[in-house]
Design a protein around this ligand. Structure first.
Ligand SMILES: [Zn+2]
Length: 109
């Protein structure tokens, strides 16, 4: 029975098995471009419900990574419509991260 629900990026460089050394059967996995937890995404909602309702899951991890192509596309823009539709979900997160970064810089000055 899995003990961990892992939400990560689809990028093949960031496999949860390689990052954590986990063994088969110990991690329930959801991966998508830019590891987005999207409102009204039935797939991720189902996994989160599973993670909350079933007693075997002890931890839920949302793991991003450096040099993420999805995050770069959010910042730089993208023309492909399915990719753009998916990544626009995270536009608010980018703006929130920018605001927090600016606030922290002001607090250091
Ligand atoms: Zn990525």
């Amino acid at each position: 029975m899995p003990k961990v629900l892992w939400i990560g990026c689809s990028d093949s460089r960031v496999s949860e098995h390689q990052l954590t050394g986990s063994k088969p059967g110990t991690t329930f996995v959801h991966r998508n471009v830019a590891n987005i937890v999207a409102f009204k995404d039935a797939n991720v909602s189902t996994l989160l419900e599973y993670g909350v309702e079933y007693p075997g899951i002890e931890d839920i991890i949302v793991c991003g990574h450096t040099r993420c192509g999805g995050i770069t596309a959010i910042v730089d823009g993208v023309r492909e419509h399915y990719i753009a539709d998916w990544l626009c979900i995270a536009t608010g997160a980018e703006q929130a991260a920018d605001r927090i970064t600016k606030e922290r810089k002001l607090n250091r000055e």
